[in-house]
Write a protein that binds this ligand. Structure first.
Ligand SMILES: Cc1ncc(COP(=O)(O)O)c(C=O)c1O
Length: 562
C-alpha cells in the first residue's frame, strides 16, 4: 500500500481510490476516471496504462547529462549520441515490426497463421473426440463403466451425474434404441439470454451490479435471510463462512461423513480439522447424538448438511451447540426455499451456504451465496469477499475512501452469473412446481412396489418441508444398488448413487478425524439410488422411470428362478 496519484491511497491492485462524491459509480472504471489521469492513459479496465510504455527510459539527452560535468563533452560525444539515437531508432523499428506482426497474427491475416489455426482446430477436435469417446481411450473402459453406472466423473463425494461419452441415447436390453433420460438437466428460463445481453451491453460484468441486487432481493424473498452475498460457488460460500468464524489451526468443526467434499474441504482450507460423524439412517442427516459424542474442548463449529433439502433437526443440534459456545453453519446447498418446523433452511444457524451449481434447483452454472442474520458477520463477510477492503461501504457512501482493512479474497459472483441466477430465481415457483410434480409422481407410483420389495423410499420427517431436490430409493443391500443402477441404464434411465463417505476417503483420513466409525453413513451410501429429477421431465418420461424401477428383478431372485 502506498500513496497513489495525487497522494491518494491505492488498493492492493494498484487502483487509485477516488474522492468520495466525485465518482461514486459502482463501476471501477468510473471510480478511476477523475483521478486526473488522461483518458488515453487508462486501459480498458480503467487502470493506469503504464505497462504499455514500460518503465520510463531516460531521454537520450537526459542520459547524457547524467554525471558529465563541463563543456568538454559536447563535441566529443556527438557521434556517440548519434549512434545511440540510431540504436534507439532501430529498436523502435523492431518494436513496431513486432507490434504490427502481432496485430496481423491476432487478426489472422497471415496465411501461415491460418495454417496454424487450422492445425490447432484439428488438434482440438481430435482431443474433444478422444474425451467424448472414452471407450477408445486408455482410461476409456473405466470411464465408460462409471458412465454406465451413472457415476460419470464423480470421485469421492462427486456430483455423480455427468454423462461421459455417449450422447443422450442408449440401447435398451431389448436392442431398441431409447432416448436416455438424464439424471439432471438445468432449467432454462425465457429471460436468461436477454439478461446476459443486458450485462454485456452495459459493460458492467463484474460483481455487485444491478442483477446482483435483483438476485439478492429474490433470495431474501425466498429464504427470509436478511443478509446474503453472492459467491462464485457454494464451496466459496462455505469457505467464507469458516473464515468468518476465525478458526485457528487445530480447531475442530464437526461435519457429517455423508456429504459433498466441499463441506470438509472448506474447513481444511481455513486450517481447521473436520471431525466426521455419522448420520441418521432415515434421512442421511447428521445424527445429533453422534455430534454430542464428538464434542471436545477444541470444537468451535458444527456444519449441518440438509441432505436433499430435508432439514436437519437443528433444534437438537442447537441444544448441544449453544451451551458449548459452538457456532452452527448450515450447508444448505440443496435446500433453497425448504423449511424445518416452519422456519426456512439457511436461517437456522449463524451462517449458511447455498449452491447455485448447474445441478441445483436454480442455478447460475456455477454460483453460491452466503446467508446470515447477523449484521456483524454480514459486515465482515462483505469485506473478506472484496479482497479485504471496505469497498462495499465506500460504494454506499459510508466511508470516504476504501482501503485494505481485513483478511480477504475475491468471492464475488460476476454479473453474468447473477443475470442467469436472476432469471432462474424469478421462475423459482414454476421450477418448484414442476419438480414437486415429478417427486410426487415417484412417491405415489413407487409406494406399492417398495412395500413388497424390501426397498424403501426417501423419508421426509413431518417437520420438514422439502424442496424436491432429490428423490431416492434405498436398496436392501449394496448388491441391490449396483444391480438397480445397471438395470436402469439398460432401460435408458440414468440413476445415480451419491456421496462416498468422507471419513474413509484419502483426504478425509489425512486431514480429518473420525472419533467413531461412521457405519450408518457407509450403509446409507452403499444402498442409495437417486432417480432423474428435474423441472421439465415429461409424464411419459416419469412413467418410463417408474416402469424401469418396478420391473427390476434382483440377480438373486433371477438366479433362484432359473
Ligand atoms: C452438500 C453440498 N455442499 C456443498 C456443495 C458445493 O457447492 P458448489 O458445487 O456450488 O461449490 C455441494 C455441491 O453439490 C453439495 O452437494
Amino acid at each position: 500500500m502506498g500513496g497513489g496519484a495525487g497522494g491518494r491511497p491505492v488498493t492492493e491492485r494498484d487502483e487509485a481510490v477516488p474522492e468520495v462524491g466525485e465518482h461514486r459509480d459502482d463501476d471501477d472504471r468510473d471510480d478511476l476516471r477523475g483521478e486526473g489521469v488522461p483518458a488515453e492513459k487508462l486501459d480498458e479496465r480503467g487502470r493506469r496504462d503504464d505497462a504499455g510504455d514500460g518503465p520510463r527510459r531516460p531521454h537520450a539527452e537526459e542520459a547524457d547529462e547524467v554525471g558529465r560535468p563541463g563543456t568538454a563533452r559536447a563535441e566529443d560525444e556527438r557521434p556517440v549520441r548519434r549512434e545511440r539515437a540510431g540504436d534507439d531508432e532501430r529498436l523502435r523499428e523492431k518494436d513496431r515490426d513486432e507490434v504490427v506482426q502481432r496485430g496481423r497474427e491476432q487478426r489472422g491475416e497471415d496465411a501461415e497463421v491460418d495454417e496454424r489455426r487450422r492445425a490447432r482446430d484439428e488438434q482440438v477436435a481430435h482431443l474433444l473426440e478422444v474425451e467424448q469417446a472414452p471407450d477408445e481411450h486408455e482410461s476409456g473402459p473405466r470411464l465408460a463403466e462409471l458412465a454406465g453406472q451413472g457415476r460419470g466423473v464423480a470421485g469421492s463425494g462427486g456430483h455423480g451425474t455427468r454423462l461421459v461419452g455417449r450422447a443422450a441415447q442408449d440401447v435398451g436390453s431389448s436392442g431398441v434404441t431409447l432416448d436416455l433420460i438424464p439424471f439432471s438437466r438445468p432449467y432454462r428460463t425465457p429471460d436468461e439470454l436477454r439478461y446476459l445481453d443486458e450485462v454485456l451491453t452495459s459493460g458492467h460484468g463484474q460483481g455487485d451490479g444491478p442483477f446482483t441486487q435483483r438476485a439478492n432481493a429474490l433470495i431474501t424473498a425466498i429464504t427470509g435471510a436478511p443478509h446474503r452475498l453472492l459467491t462464485p460457488s457454494g464451496t466459496h460460500a462455505l469457505e467464507l463462512a469458516f473464515w468468518l468464524l476465525d478458526l485457528e489451526p487445530g480447531d475442530e468443526v464437526v461435519v457429517p461423513s455423508f456429504t459433498f467434499t466441499s463441506t470438509a474441504a472448506a474447513v481444511v482450507q481455513v486450517g481447521a480439522v473436520p471431525v466426521f460423524v455419522d448420520v441418521d439412517p432415515r434421512t442421511g442427516n447428521m445424527d445429533p447424538a453422534a455430534f454430542a459424542a464428538a464434542v471436545t474442548p477444541r470444537t468451535r463449529a458444527v456444519c449441518v448438511v440438509h441432505y436433499g433439502g430435508v432439514g436437519v433437526d437443528v433444534d437438537a443440534i442447537a441444544a448441544i451447540a449453544e451451551p458449548n459456545d459452538i457456532r452452527i453453519v448450515e450447508d444448505n446447498a440443496h435446500g433453497l426455499g425448504a423449511s424445518w418446523r416452519g422456519r426456512k433452511l439457511g436461517t437456522l444457524g449463524d451462517v449458511a451456504a447455498q449452491s447455485f451449481h448447474a445441478t441445483k434447483n436454480v442455478h447460475a452454472g456455477e454460483g453460491g451465496a452466503l446467508l446470515t442474520g447477523s449484521d456483524e458477520l454480514a459486515d465482515r463477510a462483505e469485506v473478506i469477499r472484496e479482497k479485504g477492503t471496505d469497498r462495499s461501504r465506500f460504494l454506499r457512501g459510508q466511508v470516504d475512501k476504501y482501503s485494505w482493512v481485513d483478511r480477504g479474497s475475491s468471492f464475488l459472483l460476476s454479473e453474468l452469473g447473477a443475470a442467469v441466477l436472476t432469471g432462474q430465481l424469478e421462475h423459482f415457483d414454476e421450477i418448484q412446481r414442476l419438480r414437486h410434480a415429478v417427486w410426487d409422481a415417484y412417491a405415489t407410483g413407487l409406494a406399492g412396489w417398495a412395500a413388497g420389495s424390501g426397498w424403501s423410499l426417501m423419508h421426509v420427517p413431518a417437520e420438514a418441508e422439502h424442496p424436491a431436490h432429490v428423490f431416492y430409493v434405498l436398496a436392501p443391500d449394496h448388491a441391490g444398488q449396483t444391480e438397480m443402477l445397471s438395470h436402469l441404464r439398460s432401460r435408458g434411465v440414468q440413476g445415480t448413487f451419491h456421496y462416498v463417505p468422507l471419513d474413509t476417503s484419502a483426504a478425509g483420513r489425512r486431514f480429518g478425524r473420525t472419533p467413531s466409525p461412521c457405519t450408518v453413513t457407509a450403509d446409507f451410501s452403499s444402498r442409495l439410488v437417486r432417480l432423474p429429477l428435474w423441472a421439465g421431465l415429461t409424464d411419459a418420461q416419469v412413467d418410463r422411470v417408474l416402469d424401469a424401477v418396478v420391473s427390476f428383478v434382483p440377480a438373486s431372485s433371477a438366479q433362484g428362478r432359473a
